[in-house]
Design a protein around this ligand. Structure first.
Ligand code: TXA
Ligand code: MG
Length: 327
């Protein structure tokens, strides 16, 4: 009997799997892989047809540009023009969970689909060993959004990617649970002032310390730079309603809590961090939202989570998970 499952999730021979994944990328196919933030759905960034498959597979609107993943800053510099702010952030945070938006170099071979026709490009150097091995084996830039269907909760485990796509994404490199759990911090450093487009585990304080100046939050100034086009108000959404700043669950609701004060309850509940550690809460957030997203409950009540440090990013994701849905 042959295995009926087309999925190849393998931890025992990572070297071989990485080689197979690189071969697929060269053939214009998609590969899911872990990063220190969330799992990505990768394609050869220079192959327009492969990149189009990402949009098709995710159901992602084509106006929403992708992040280009590269192995190091020298590679990034072939595709974007660095600024002095970029230099400082790269020195402090690469490789790591930081995406920089910079002006694209004219003549870059990266497909225009990746940037959705913008003059800027988002680039990042991931720190996860499997992501780095894959970039090395493939030898070129990899365009990769989070490996979830558009608008849904991002995947932090290989199983989540399988749940999202099944046989449509036959190769998922399994790196276990992602350490960070939230997507990378995105900063636009293409202009005079750095603008925070998406908060992440590298907090605004961390950025300001490295830059030695304040970072503007996108949308804070009327008429200023637009937020990341993908930051649609409803995003990261479970299939059931999400209610924020709850003290306790109401009838039929599951409870997503934080800290030692979480009320004990029967039924579905999850404490993001019993000790009140925001890093632990960030790493658990998307897995918890998936676990509580079950037909057995009518909605998810979420307790208040402090907004300082990484709490800014956690609250950003929760607000989008709770926002009115367009569909
Ligand atoms: O942690 C991460 O960043 C993960 C892993 C896989 O690297 N990737 C990820 O990609 O979160 P995605 O596609 O889910 O989110 C990328 C965000 C989108 O909101 C998109 O609009 C924004 O980056 N973006 C991409 N290029 C941009 C650009 N040139 N200007 C402004 N925003 C951009
Ligand atoms: Mg995403």
């Amino acid at each position: 009997m042959t295995d009926p499952s087309p999925h190849i999730i393998e931890t025992s021979l990572p070297g071989e799997m990485v080689g197979a994944a690189a071969t697929r990328l060269r053939a214009g196919e998609l590969v899911a892989f872990p990063t220190e933030t969330v799992y990505g759905l990768g394609a050869n960034a220079c192959d327009g047809r492969a990149v189009a498959r990402i949009f098709e597979t995710k159901g992602r609107p084509s106006f929403n540009p992708l992040i280009v993943h590269v192995g190091g800053r020298e590679v990034a510099e072939r595709h974007v023009s660095f600024t002095s702010d970029a230099e400082k952030l790269v020195a402090a945070f690469w490789p790591g969970p930081l995406t920089l938006v910079l002006r694209a170099q004219s003549g870059t071979p990266i497909s225009g689909l990746v940037t959705a026709g913008l003059e800027t490009m988002a680039v990042r150097v991931p720190a996860h060993p499997l992501a780095r091995d894959l970039l090395k084996a493939f030898g070129g830039p990899i365009a990769a959004p989070s490996a979830n269907r558009s608008g849904r909760v991002s995947p932090t485990r290989a199983e989540h990617v399988q749940q999202e796509f099944g046989a449509a994404v036959p190769l998922v490199l399994d790196g276990g649970a992602c350490e960070g759990g939230l997507e990378s911090t995105i900063v636009d450093v293409s202009g005079k002032e750095p603008v925070l487009l998406r908060p992440g585990t590298i907090s605004r304080d961390d950025l300001e310390a490295a830059l030695g100046k304040p970072v503007v939050v996108a949308g804070a100034i009327e008429g200023e730079k637009p937020t990341a086009p993908g930051q649609l108000s409803s995003h990261y959404a479970p299939s059931i309603p999400v209610r924020l700043n709850a003290d306790a669950a109401q009838d039929g609701e599951a409870l997503l809590g934080f800290g030692a004060e979480m009320p004990k309850m029967q039924g579905f509940s999850f404490n993001l961090s019993p000790s009140g550690d925001l890093r632990e809460a960030a790493a658990n957030l998307f897995d918890a939202l998936r676990k509580l997203d079950t037909p057995a409950v009518s909605g998810i009540a979420v307790m208040r989570i402090p907004a300082d440090g990484i709490g800014e990013a956690i609250n950003d994701r929760l607000q989008r998970a709770a926002a009115p849905r367009s569909t």
